[in-house]
Design a protein. Structure first.
Length: 252
C-alpha cells in the first residue's frame, strides 16, 4: 500500500511539473479517486482506532467493576449465611424460652403459695407490708401483659426480701394485745427467731409466744436487756452481747 501511494505521489509530481494538459482524464480520474479513497480509508481507520481505544477503556472499567461486584456478591452471600445462622439460633432460643416459660409459670405459682403460707405461719411482724407485697406479686403473676422474665424477677425479689428478714434486726412501734389490753409498744425483731416488746415507759416487757400465737409478759429483770436490744436496733447503742429469753424455735 505504501508503495502504491509512493507511485501515485510520483505521478502527481510529474503531472504537476509537466502540466495537467499532458495527462489525459483517463489517468487523472483514477489517481484522484485513489487519493480520495485513501483519505476516506485513513479517516475510517482513525475513527476505528479511536473507537477501539474507547471500547478497550470501557472494557477494562467494566472488567474492574465486575470484579468488585463479584467481591460484593461474595460478601453478601457470607452475610446472608450469617443472618440465616443467627435467625436459626434465635428461633431455637425462642422455642426454648417458650418451653421454659411453660415450666416456669407453674413453679412461680408454687413459690407464691409458699410465700403466703410462710407469712401466715411466721412471726407477726410487718404483716401489712408483707401482705401488700404479696398482693402486688399476685397482680403481677395474673397480668398476661407482663413477661415471664419480669414475673420471675418480682418473685425472686419477694423471696429475697423475706430471706433478708432472717439476717436483720428491727425496731418499730405497734399496738398489740397483752393480757386483754391493747397497748402501744416498741417491738424488737430478732431476725426471724423472736419478737420482743417493751412499753413506752419501759416498765413492762415481753415476747411473742409463737406456739400459742399470743404476746406474753416477762419478769421485770428482762426490762434492761430488752431496752438495750431496742437501743441497738435503733442504732442508739453499739452492738453488744445480750441475754434474751429466745426460748424454743417452733417449726410449722
Amino acid at each position: 500500500m505504501k508503495r502504491c501511494v509512493l507511485i501515485l505521489f510520483c505521478l502527481i509530481l510529474l503531472w504537476g511539473s509537466a502540466g495537467s494538459e499532458d495527462f489525459p482524464d483517463t489517468v487523472k480520474k483514477p489517481i484522484k479517486k485513489s487519493i480520495d479513497v485513501r483519505k476516506d480509508t485513513q479517516k475510517a481507520e482513525d475513527r476505528w482506532a479511536k473507537a477501539k481505544a474507547t471500547l478497550e477503556t470501557q472494557f477494562e472499567a467494566l472488567k474492574q467493576e465486575q470484579e468488585e461486584l463479584i467481591l460484593v456478591r461474595d460478601q453478601l452471600r457470607k452475610s446472608v449465611d450469617s443472618y440465616k445462622t443467627t435467625i436459626a439460633s434465635l428461633e431455637n432460643k425462642k422455642t426454648e424460652i417458650s418451653r421454659i416459660s411453660g415450666e416456669l409459670l407453674p413453679y412461680l405459682e408454687e413459690v407464691f403459695d409458699r410465700l403466703g403460707n410462710r407469712i401466715d405461719s411466721d412471726l407477726p411482724f410487718l404483716q401489712d407490708e408483707r401482705r401488700q407485697r404479696l398482693q402486688n406479686l399476685r397482680k403481677t403473676l395474673d397480668d398476661p401483659e407482663i413477661s415471664t422474665s419480669e414475673k420471675f424477677r418480682k418473685t425472686m425479689e419477694a423471696i429475697f426480701i423475706e430471706t433478708e428478714y432472717g439476717n436483720t434486726v428491727e425496731v418499730y412501734q405497734q399496738r398489740i394485745m397483752v393480757e386483754g389490753k391493747r397497748i402501744l409498744v416498741d417491738i424488737f425483731r430478732l431476725g426471724r427467731i423472736s419478737l420482743f416488746f417493751q412499753t413506752l415507759d419501759q416498765t413492762q416487757s415481753g415476747y411473742f409466744n409463737q406456739a400459742q400465737s399470743v404476746w406474753k409478759t416477762l419478769p421485770a429483770e428482762y426490762n434492761r436487756e430488752i431496752n438495750a436490744a431496742i437501743e441497738i436496733g435503733t442504732k442508739r447503742r453499739s452492738a453488744d452481747l445480750l441475754n434474751l429469753p429466745v426460748g424454743r424455735i417452733v417449726l410449722k
